[in-house]
Design a protein. Sequence first.
Length: 618
Amino acid sequence: MADIIKLLPDHVANQIAAGEVVQRPASVVKELLENAIDAGASTIMLIVRDGGKALIHVVDDGIGMSATDARLSFERHATSKIQKAEDLFNLNTKGFRGEALASIAAIAHVEMQTKPECDELGTVLKMEGSKIISQEVGATTKGTSMAVKNLFFNIPARRNFLKSNHVELRHITDEFHRVVLAHPTIAFHFHNNGSEMFNLPKSNHRQRIVNVFGSKTNQKLVPVTEATQVVKISGFINKPEFAKKSRGEQFFFVNHRFIKSPYLHHAVVSAFEGVIKPDTYPGYFLYLEVDPASIDINIHPTKTEVKFDDEHTLYAILRSTIKHSLGQFNVVPALDFEQDQNLETPYAYKEKEAQVPRVAVDSGFNPFQEGSKSKGVSSYRKESNTGSQAWEGLYTGLESAIGKEVAFSSMQFESETITGSVFDEEKESLESTATTFQLRRKYIVTTIKSGMIVIDQSRAHQRVLYEKFLKNITIKGAVSQQLLFPLSLSFSSADLVILEEIKESLNTIGFIFGKMENETVAVKGVPVLVSESEVGMVLDQLISDCQMEVSGDSFSQSDLLAKTLAKTLSVKTGEILESASQIALVNNLFACKESLVSPFNKPVYITITENDIDRKFI
Ligand code: ADP
Ligand code: MG
């Protein structure tokens, strides 16, 4: 048989390698910023056009490169940062693989200008798909300028795979945040499509965080410091009252490098246990310094995961350091470290008012009178029910057994039988006799011809609100309530960019905005369904959902907005609904176009037919 194995030509190998290094414009931004930092720059400028698809340009005032190095830097495995294998265990630079520039040049048009300080003239080099197009001597300033244009110009499939410009810009901004927070002593500028997004002067960590996330951040920060032999920890946590429903401002840096670590994240979250509401996340900016020899950053191509030698010790130190900060800065009124966790009242229950036990007295009950016995028993039953309901309230939020017990296979989701006309027939009797009741503050139970249905109250309300908002956005028919005194809300400049993007859609559902500048937004009108006190929360949630949408599955911006509003404003599990609200909710649900599933594709209700029940009694 003839030999069939061939070595791949360099440009093909580079394109393949590029797939790993360059996933999207944000990856290029990360690599170029890191190169500038490694070059010892004191000021770095990032310029981006069309979400980085058209242009990513990084200019630094670092050490620059000689003409030969300029050429060599685009070769694969060309690096000035390590020379031998041992160097890998003592890394002080961001890069070390020597792959980034080779990968970027394989899939874009690159123009580099570079000059070391001591040289009179610099080098101007143009590359296209791994090929050098031109190399000239030119008058340039000290440092390096890298312009990367038309990303993936030669791999249309990859280019088509990119998300919209604003989503790509958000990825870039995330990457930018990670880099600038790790390096407060370097000044950064960031321009997008000609307008300035960030202007960050050289500063300390605290000022840098505030400059990035807006002036309102300052009051949220609680300092954290600890120095042990294993690790030095510094940075900030957000005060518990600023914990957010979504993940967002959570940053770990190890030796000035942003990392992701679910394990260390858990250490922080567990330190906050009991002081923040369940389902909310604390914000943190934590800087860890460890011996470079005790970590391995080589395990992931994009280098955000790190392997520590002694993770367990790190976990314990981190957790107790955070607890200490929370206590020391008096953000927790009385945090007793010795106290048994099991004795603590669950947070959700702390907020609730104590309920006075209700005692039903049957005044007509006469123990000596025949026939009144049964009456006595029934009133006792009623009482024990209320008692157990209050007791069950303790467990709200825990998965109810009801939904699970009914096997999915036994549910009948024949939409013809359940929704629409059949239900309409039932509606009459439903309204007049009010045969609904609430189960464990989570489900609404009601009867239909064929048996009963159990409705998840929160999901049902989500469905109702979702359709309502979607309709408002589509036909622009929302009613707005004007505020007598406009609200002034503050947002970071990055949040404002997102708000600007979704402003028009928000108008259609009833928000009226005044000026948006200097990190504040004037809100002059709100949708009728949103109360004044909810506005801040709703907008925060919208912004963070838009950020997340990056990986989300929404069809469109309006779909995303409607989903977020539905989620934020819906009745939650644990809320008591009066009988009139129960009936209204059931009626509204079945007036929906699609009542079976929530906007997040979860079942809204299940039916249990008489047959199903009969079968259980066999
Ligand atoms: P790595 O950073 O892993 O070494 P890169 O492909 O990113 O690999 O860069 C290759 C080499 O090019 C670097 O080792 C460095 O010597 C040089 N280089 C890249 N960018 C710059 C820059 N902005 N300033 C000075 N030198 C640079
Ligand atoms: Mg590099």
